[in-house]
Write a protein that binds this ligand. Structure first.
Ligand SMILES: C[S@@+](CC[C@H](N)C(=O)[O-])C[C@H]1O[C@@H](n2cnc3c(N)ncnc32)[C@H](O)[C@@H]1O
Length: 221
């Protein structure tokens, strides 16, 4: 994505930031939030953590409450989303352990071994297969030895009624985000083959919403 493409995407997310939770609830009820939190009990209690594209901060709030002594860096290219994150957690006693970086994650750098875990909830689908091939290994390189990747996202169910429902829902979402943020994807990236090519071991995986949602925890080698 070009610099201009990134600005369009950031503006598009900023425009819908205040409505994000409402739109999500209208379409999915609590399913997406359950998917975000599903494997949190398995996460080791040792930061620092990196949270990428957390949007309006509902996951960040849970993370800070669950791991009050861990420091967290939250990156998002939408300033409005980061403002919502800050507002959401400013009354938590350990909110001072969170720092915010506004910018395109493809242009930011962190040192090797800066984090023990990276969280990507409904974030990797903002990128094309080629971008993920190029950038996901870079982001994983910021992890400590044996660090983890925490991932939740949509997936295409592969049988019966859920397959048809999945196609319709994913098509609608791609159209909406293409219009609103300039997303170039017309379907989900091929996450399974991407993950297979990376030096990661799947520790746990759970599905939700009839197979439309997946949450996975990986150890990165
Ligand atoms: C689809 S939303 C997901 C929000 C949240 N993680 C959730 O679970 O609903 C994607 C988020 O990633 C941010 N984002 C998208 N592309 C980005 C990029 N290149 N760099 C940094 N943030 C980005 C958007 O501003 C938005 O907050």
């Amino acid at each position: 994505m070009t610099e201009m493409g990134n600005a369009i995407s950031a503006d598009g997310y900023s425009q819908i930031a205040g409505l994000y939770q409402f739109l999500e609830l209208m379409m999915f009820g609590g399913d997406l939030h359950r998917a975000r939190l599903r494997l949190l009990p398995l996460v080791p209690d040792s930061g620092p953590f990196l949270v990428l594209g957390d949007g309006d901060g509902r996951f960040l709030e849970e993370l800070v409450q669950r791991f009050p002594t861990c420091s967290v860096v939250s990156v998002d290219h939408s300033q409005r989303m980061l403002d919502l994150q800050r507002k959401r957690i400013e009354n938590l006693s350990r909110s001072g352990l969170v720092t915010y970086r506004c910018g395109d994650i493809r242009c930011l750098t962190f040192s090797k071994a800066s984090f023990s875990g990276i969280f990507v909830n409904f974030f990797l689908d903002c990128f094309t297969d080629t971008e993920l091939d190029d950038f996901l290994p870079v982001w994983l390189g910021w992890l400590d030895e044996g660090g983890f990747l925490y991932y939740s996202d949509f997936q295409q169910p592969n049988s019966g009624f859920q397959k048809i429902r999945g196609r319709l829902v994913l098509d609608l979402l791609h159209r909406f985000f293409r219009y609103q943020t300039g997303l170039s994807n017309r379907q989900l990236p091929d996450f399974d083959s991407l993950f297979e090519r990376l030096p990661m071991e799947l520790l746990c995986r759970e599905e939700g919403s009839g197979g439309l949602l997946t949450t996975r925890l990986f150890r990165v080698h």
